[in-house]
Design a protein around this ligand. Structure first.
Ligand SMILES: N[C@@H](CCC(=O)N[C@@H](CSS)C(=O)NCC(=O)O)C(=O)O
Length: 296
């Protein structure tokens, strides 16, 4: 039963056809009184009176150690769904899961322009008509919709809040599940490459800045409730999830003062991602560069 209605907007700019035009998408959001979240049989609800009807799956692409996240509103008749950071190589797997779960994919979202793999966004759009791609306006990449800090991305009765977290790249954002009694508890932060579990994204290319990353994490992520679940875009050590409180206590980089952090980041000595020369140009057009050959 619907208890009340709210209106949310995504501030969006069409990239195609040119010229770009700023438009707003009013969305009617029906907010139900009770939610129950699902990850397999598990529930994130803290009590039976504040449980959400979120369907949630964490999916892994092993070559680039990338996590893709599937979120859907199980309580809505359409079961609207979105994918965060899909990878081109695992699009078929992800779309099969969407179909098996009876979901309607509406958005394919990126946290930033990735340098180590090609986004699956373009391929998804070619395979599922009607899906809209989303990326931050600050990324300067191509997409159907562009989000800015404070925007809300609605899927059914649930929504993701957009937080600007530049530093790994200029256009990095963190998507956080909604704040409110009718949204999943604890909150979930999809941090992209800004905050990794016991680590963080490198800051040595794509307009990266260790100073910005430090400020982004402390002001936009560590300011969230400590029980907020942290879901990064990558993990190289086998971790799957952390919390804001855990990272505030144990992150070996972000627990340091800013000067020490900058020194750590300047001395990571990481080799460039193997796919950077292919991935960045492709991802600037949401992976569409090579989409025709992949869809064939
Ligand atoms: N070896 C991998 C790339 C590994 C890497 O550089 N990861 C990035 C995120 S993807 S651009 C990163 O920020 N790492 C931080 C760290 O501390 O590891 C490849 O060749 O693709």
């Amino acid at each position: 039963m619907l208890s009340k209605f709210r209106f949310f907007q995504i501030s969006a700019t069409f990239s195609s056809p040119a010229p770009r035009k700023k438009v707003h998408f009013p969305q009617i959001v029906a907010v139900t009184a009770k939610f129950r979240s699902q990850m397999g049989a598990a529930s994130y609800g803290t009590s039976s009176s504040s449980v959400s009807k979120l369907i949630f799956r964490q999916l892994f692409e092993k070559e680039s150690s990338t996590y893709t996240y599937l979120l859907a509103d199980a309580s809505h008749p359409d079961k609207p769904a979105l994918l965060v950071d899909p990878v081109d190589k695992t699009v078929d797997r992800d779309l099969s899961l969407v179909k098996e779960l009876g979901l309607k994919l509406i958005y394919a979202i990126n946290t930033h322009v990735h340098a180590d793999h090609v986004t699956g966004t373009g391929l998804i759009k070619s395979k599922v008509p009607g899906v809209k791609s989303i990326i931050s306006k600050a990324s300067n990449a191509k997409a159907d919709l562009f989000v800015e800090p404070g925007d809300k991305i609605c899927f059914g009765d649930l929504f993701l809040e957009v937080r600007a977290t530049p530093g790994h790249t200029q256009g990095c954002v963190t998507y956080v599940t909604g704040d409110g009694p009718n949204q999943p508890q604890p909150r979930m932060a999809f941090t992209g490459d800004t905050l990794l579990i016991r680590g963080c994204g490198r800051t040595d290319f794509q307009g990266g800045s260790s100073e910005q990353l430090y400020k982004s994490v402390h002001s936009q992520i560590f300011s969230l409730p400590k029980d907020t679940l942290v879901y990064p875009a990558h993990d190289y050590k086998g971790f799957t999830v952390s919390t804001v409180g855990e990272e505030m206590q144990y992150n070996p980089r972000l627990t340091k003062d800013e000067g020490t952090f900058k020194n750590i980041m300047a001395n990571l000595n990481l080799s460039y991602p193997k796919m950077i020369d292919v991935a960045v140009p492709a991802n600037m057009v949401c992976g569409l560069q090579d989409v025709e050959s992949k869809a064939a």
